[in-house]
Design a binder for this molecule. Structure first.
Ligand code: 76R
Length: 227
């Protein structure tokens, strides 16, 4: 038996972006997702918009081998992988003082949230240039900026669930940002608003943005022509 690949705390997360070709088999895809869920893993399925991907499966597990098994099985079910992002849930160092319940919700989120089908994902890093280097700021300065960021985010309470997962050392950027909103324009508004937070305005670098709609697994598949 290969030993499990389990984080010391939190969960492994993989966002897989798929293209749907003629070989995609709904029964096999749903069976692969059901197998993951039967082990206690969570799988969010979203129908995506635009040319970058047709489908996103976002999976969370306490064993990276099970994320690998899901990826293998979805590929065997005829989906073509076009992009991906690997990360881990975490409690930010600036959130060390938040109530235990909030920490648990960051480490072990329950997804997808109710009534928030508008979905987007993008990776981001904090800048490390001579003009602006997040990592040479004192902890107190970074904390102040993250408090300002948290305060501007709280204006969206109830309209949005954000999941910031850490990817330093495991993928190309430092965090994955996954947003679930009631309405598509909530996504636009929160990201626009945060551009004015000093933490983002000066220090954030962004990767590729993906947008779509979360739906029950079979409906998300049917919407992209797998039914
Ligand atoms: O965990 C908490 O809710 C405490 C406050 C908080 C932290 C520590 C918080 C609140 N965030 C934190 C950390 Mn955030 N966040 C982003 C993005 O597009 C952009 O400009 C940035 C992408 C969004 C949209 C967002 C939303 N946040 C972080 C970190 C980690 C930094 C580190 O550890 O160094 C990143 C990269 C990041 C990025 N954040 C909130 C939100 C929202 C909506 C909130 C308020 C949540 C609430 O209180 O309901």
């Amino acid at each position: 038996m290969v030993p499990s690949a389990t984080p010391g705390e939190g969960l492994g997360v993989v966002h897989l972006f798929w293209s749907v070709g003629p070989l995609a088999d709904a029964t096999e895809i749903l069976a692969a997702i059901n197998r993951a869920e039967s082990h206690g893993d969570q799988v969010v399925v979203a129908s995506m918009l635009g040319h970058k991907a047709d489908l996103c499966t976002m999976a969370l597990s306490d064993d990276l081998w099970r994320l690998r098994a899901l990826q293998t099985e979805l590929a065997a079910a005829g989906l073509d992988l076009v992009d991906s992002y690997v990360s881990l849930t975490e409690v930010s160092e600036y959130a060390a003082g938040v109530p235990e319940e909030m920490k648990q919700a960051r480490l072990y989120p329950e997804l997808p949230p109710e009534g928030k089908p508008a979905f987007c994902f993008y990776p981001m890093s904090k800048r490390r240039t001579v003009e602006g280097n997040w990592f040479t700021l004192d902890f107190e300065d970074r904390k102040r900026l993250m408090y300002e960021h948290g305060a501007s985010g709280r204006a969206f309470a109830g309209r949005l669930v954000q999941l910031i997962t850490a990817s330093t050392g495991v993928d190309d950027f430092e965090w994955g940002v996954t947003l679930f909103a009631q309405k598509p324009d909530d996504l636009k508004e929160v990201v626009y608003t945060m551009r004015f937070d000093e933490a983002s305005a000066i220090y954030a670098e962004f990767g590729t943005f993906y947008a779509g709609m979360v739906a029950p697994h079979d409906e998300a598949l049917a919407a992209v022509g797998v039914g």
